[in-house]
Ligand binder design. Structure first.
Ligand code: FE2
Length: 111
């Protein structure tokens, strides 16, 4: 299970090819600035993504993904390269927000 996070200002398309994930979405209900806490979150729905499904994650959408004990193969299309912008992690218990650079990209030459 991932931490609760957003993808910052970027759009993400997450397509599932095999396996699946459970997604939970959250909304902020506090009036604090986007990049500052404390953040008060409320659950905003949850659903399963299965093969053939493409999950669209808009900018600043707060969510959490859980894979379970099976393998999942997916592809991710981002509107911006990870590492070039800040993303945020949210602590549901105390409202803390932490910024990070997103997942580390591993270059791979297609031959
Ligand atoms: Fe995510």
């Amino acid at each position: 299970m991932t931490n609760v996070h957003d993808h910052g200002p970027s759009w993400t398309l997450y397509g599932v090819l095999d396996g699946g994930e459970h997604i939970e979405r959250f909304s902020r209900v506090d009036d604090n600035p986007t990049e500052e806490g404390p953040a008060e979150l409320k659950t905003n729905g949850e659903f399963d993504v299965v093969p053939g499904y493409i999950d669209v994650v808009p900018p600043w959408e707060i969510h959490q993904e859980a894979n379970g004990d099976h393998r999942t193969i997916g592809f991710i299309v981002r509107s911006q390269r990870s590492g070039t912008f800040k993303q945020y992690r949210y602590d549901i218990e105390n409202g803390d927000i932490a910024s990070y650079n997103g997942p580390t990209q591993i270059p791979y030459d297609l031959v």
